[in-house]
Design a binder for this molecule. Structure first.
Ligand SMILES: [Cu+2]
Length: 368
């Protein structure tokens, strides 16, 4: 090979190799922080080394024979040709079969272990995949939050998951996501998602028609990043989430905080509530719910269209599928034109004035 080409190949290969070194890679299945991810990793590592050994042997033999029997100057006859060798053929059929069978034993055992019923102590959470954000519903606790899955450390969490459509009617309630019962929804517009926080658990596809479950427990308090791993439309890449693991007592506190109704509103925040009730054709409340707040007719604010519950919005670190940090600046950009931030977003641009946006931000900031 020409020297220059060789040098170029080395530079590109070296660059690719170095690109694999990221000290801040937060989504690594190779650094498990929970039992589920650890079991998968314990399976991956030995199978990986078996594969490395096979790779070295096979590629080594290939190189050896290619070099040993290469064409040489002055040799114009071809070497003796061999056709068929029964003993060799039996060996290279049986050996891979034995290796695969060996690998299958821990693999099947791990599959069953991961599918085991976590028992009655597990924290149950229903996970709904929307286009393009995740909804987390805690039926026992009566808590519903988007984007952030909060869990206690050391306790198994049983997730039951469904994908829901983007239709404006017949949205299934989280309680309808269970078992192998087809979820009653407008099938035509719901798609498959996949739920993955690599440090905590392996992926689980999330389907429109059948509930799927996943069990995991987090070892240490912390924030673990995750995202949808199955292409699900325009803003698939913006369908992120975080798992926030708390020490058990802090988790109880988080639940209690989420159960509180919204507080009273004054000044710009009260103006913001008015905008919230009146913006666009039917108010932001056409879609969004806020627990504990009443509309002008004294009825609880309960959005009927598939959108994130905004109760305690200010207590969350991120929004819009966790692609934006929860700051006034980002909220302003979001409210000014949601589909510009998130292509295809189902939140319309209501062409709010900058004053209305300020009032809405003041209102949203009080929802702690
Ligand atoms: Cu998705």
């Amino acid at each position: 090979m020409n020297r220059k080409v060789l040098a170029a190949v080395c530079v590109v290969a070296g660059g690719l190799l170095l690109a694999a070194c990221a000290p801040n890679a937060t989504q690594s299945a190779l650094e498990p922080a929970g039992d589920n991810a650890e079991k998968a990793n314990n399976l991956f590592v030995p199978v990986f080394w078996v594969a490395v050994a096979i790779f070295v042997i096979v590629e080594g033999a290939l190189l050896f024979f290619a070099i040993r029997y290469r064409h040489r100057k002055g040799r114009d006859t071809i070497p003796p040709q061999v056709h068929g060798n029964t003993r060799l053929e039996i060996a290279w059929t049986i050996l891979p079969a034995v290796i695969l069978a060996g690998v299958a034993v821990p693999t099947v055992a791990t599959i069953f272990e991961l599918a085991r019923d976590p028992g009655p102590d597990a924290l149950e959470v229903t996970v709904l995949g929307h286009q393009w954000w995740w909804e987390f519903d805690y039926p026992e606790e009566g808590v519903n939050v988007p984007n952030e899955l909060h869990v206690p450390t050391g306790r198994p969490v049983l997730l039951t998951m469904c994908a829901v459509g983007v239709g404006y009617e017949n949205q299934p309630a989280p309680s309808e996501c269970q078992g192998d019962n087809p979820v009653p929804l407008t099938l035509g517009n719901s798609v498959i998602h996949s739920f993955w926080a690599p440090e905590l658990f392996g992926t689980q596809d999330v389907f429109p028609t059948y509930a799927r479950t996943l069990t995991f427990a987090a070892d240490e308090p912390g924030v673990y990043e995750g995202q949808c791993k199955e292409f699900c439309g325009l803003s698939h890449a913006y369908m992120r989430f975080v798992v926030v693991a708390h020490a058990p007592a802090e988790f109880e506190q988080w639940v209690a905080d989420q159960q509180r109704p919204a507080g009273s509103l004054e000044g710009a925040a009260a103006e913001g509530l008015r905008v919230f009730l009146e913006a666009g054709p039917a108010g932001c409340t056409e879609c969004h719910s806020v627990n504990g707040l009443e509309d002008a007719n004294g009825e609880m604010i309960r959005g009927s269209i598939d959108a994130p519950n905004l109760s305690h919005f200010a207590s969350r670190a991120c929004f819009a599928g966790c692609i934006l940090e929860n700051t006034d600046e980002n909220l302003r950009r979001w409210l000014a034109d949601p589909p510009a931030m998130k292509p295809g977003s189902l939140m319309p641009d209501y062409e709010l004035t900058s004053e209305e946006i300020d009032q809405l931000i003041a209102f949203l900031n009080t929802l702690e």
